[in-house]
Design a protein around this ligand. Structure first.
Ligand SMILES: [Zn+2]
Length: 367
């Protein structure tokens, strides 16, 4: 069926017995206005190249992609933080551009915004090999060949979005402080606050290198779901402490409800190919890392579900069988007790061994 045909049916439903279904439809992330109902007003949300997606282990290395280059990301600029009821939205007033990295044009940054969870086991829109992260930030750029974002968002090469995933750190990330400190000013929907010029540059937030990335074509992950986005998802993470995360979770939206879990469910790939811009000796990256505070982890993958006394003070523990653990490294340790690098994996790769009383951040490497 043509898109026009689908549109006519949607219009017919909207004008039918359920009065006011569309005129008063204010999309949200749950309930009767949640993602499952977005297509009642925004028919493109039902289309075949939607976002977000799960990055699968089947990737295609494209040597033509190369690296993305940025311009203006190091300049301090004025920004306006707004709670728009769906996200913490930061409008950027200065000139910042990206190009290269296989993008068909030069793209200008307009805004960036965040997707996060009620707790740190959920939050990101995209998932990597089935793993969801505590937060994801999207830097939204439009193709400078169009007059502005309104025109560009309807064109297949109109938008380029850079996405970064967040991982937990024990200490606050100072690069995020100018934003996090202002969140208390925008706790209610519709409120805004200036982030003064001179306080931060975009590069303060981002990982040091714009290294390996995943590339695919998709859509806006919010209504109207236009399929106009060239997605670039970086494999380097941004770090954030739990206390900084909690400032995001204090935001509210309509009727004072907490603004959390503002991520759209994973969409079907429908045959789309996911490309990667680097080659590390394998045909695809074979693992990714997940940092986690031990033992109070919010990640199901890192939660010890069963322990038994063994080898004196040490315990042998089973972790949740969600992923195959290849290795665990100690990133940072806060306890005086020595931490023994995990070993003695069971044949199924799911058993880890840690010293009793060890606390810190562990880096878990999954297949
Ligand atoms: Zn987004």
């Amino acid at each position: 069926m043509s898109l026009a045909g689908v549109y006519l049916i949607v219009m017919a439903i909207c004008l039918g017995p359920i009065r006011g279904c569309c005129a008063h439809f204010h999309w949200s992330y749950s309930g009767r206005n949640g993602p499952g109902y977005w297509n009642s007003k925004y028919h493109t949300c039902d289309s075949h190249s939607q976002s977000p997606i799960d990055i699968p282990q089947t990737l295609v290395y494209d040597p033509e992609l190369g690296d993305i280059s940025t311009e203006g990301y190091d300049s301090e600029m004025e920004m306006v933080l707004t709670n728009n009821g769906h996200t913490a939205h930061v409008a950027v007033s200065g000139d910042a551009f990206i190009e290269g990295g296989g993008l068909p044009s030069r793209y200008k940054l307009v805004q960036f915004h965040f997707h996060w969870g009620n707790n740190s086991s959920v939050g990101s829109e995209h998932t990597i090999y089935g793993h969801q992260f505590m937060m994801e930030v999207h830097f939204v750029h439009y193709n400078v060949e169009y007059s502005g974002i309104e025109e560009a968002m309807k064109e297949p090469d109109g938008l380029a979005v850079l996405g970064f995933m967040f991982q937990v750190s024990l200490d606050p990330n100072p690069g995020l402080s100018p934003i996090v400190d202002k969140l208390q000013d925008v706790q209610s929907e519709g409120s805004s606050s200036y982030i003064d010029s001179g306080t931060m540059a975009l590069s303060d937030i981002l990982p040091e290198s714009f290294g390996p990335f995943f590339r695919y074509t998709g859509s806006l992950s919010t209504p109207p779901c236009y399929e106009s986005v060239i997605w670039t998802l970086f494999t380097d993470f941004i770090h954030i402490s739990e206390s900084q995360m909690n400032e995001f979770r204090k935001l509210t939206h309509t009727e004072g409800e907490r603004l959390v879990d503002n991520f759209r469910p994973i969409q079907e790939l429908n045959g789309r190919i996911i490309y990667i811009n680097y080659y590390n000796g394998y045909e695809r990256p074979s693992s990714f890392v997940l940092d986690s505070i031990w033992p109070q982890s919010n990640y199901p993958e890192a939660q010890i579900i069963k322990c038994s006394s063994r080898h004196g003070s040490r315990k042998r523990c089973m972790s949740s069988p969600r992923g195959w653990i290849r290795n665990i490294e100690i990133v940072e340790k806060t306890s005086i007790a020595p931490c023994v690098k995990c070993r003695d994996f069971f044949a199924n790769g799911r058993a880890v061994e840690v010293t009793n009383g060890c606390k810190g951040i562990f880096r878990i490497v999954f297949y």
